[in-house]
Design a protein around this ligand. Structure first.
Ligand SMILES: [Zn+2]
Length: 145
């Protein structure tokens, strides 16, 4: 099955619209950490005890380092999960955008200039200037118009 250039271009426009409508996003993951408080009297001091928690945290890489942020409330956990889901969507859309663009590049004939979305339907820059209100008198005299 071959896809036409125009079909691929409309697919690309759709992906760009979806990307433009993305909301708050961040990379990372929510991880749960179980901890032992260290009090000898606490239930968590026993080896078979599951410990406290899990305490949920957000971890992500920033400039090559792993950063951890506390997620102290269920609302904070939900917010982080929403933002991470949005980031995954951004990655998915980005991958699709590149795939569609690769197909477009393969199909685009040599010598054809791809138009930007906003240039479509407008006269191209190379079209002759109309002999309108701003016309050059000298030029007009020479051309005897
Ligand atoms: Zn404890």
């Amino acid at each position: 099955m071959t896809e036409s250039l125009s079909a691929l271009e409309s697919q690309r426009a759709q992906l760009l619209r979806a990307l433009a409508s993305l909301k708050d996003m961040r990379p990372g993951s929510v991880v749960g950490a179980v901890f032992r408080c260290g009090k000898p009297s606490c239930h968590c001091a026993r080896a078979e005890d599951p410990g406290h928690g899990p305490n949920l945290r957000l971890t992500y890489k920033w400039r090559g380092k792993t950063v951890t942020e506390a997620l102290p409330t269920p609302a904070a956990v939900q917010k982080a999960e929403r933002e991470i889901a949005e980031f995954r969507e951004y990655q998915r859309l980005g991958r699709e955008l590149v795939e569609v663009n690769e197909k477009i590049c393969r199909l685009r004939p040599v010598g054809e200039q791809p138009l930007r979305e906003q240039e479509k339907g407008r006269p191209t820059r190379s079209s002759k200037k109309s002999h309108g209100s701003k016309h050059d008198i000298v030029n007009c005299v020479r051309k005897q118009c």
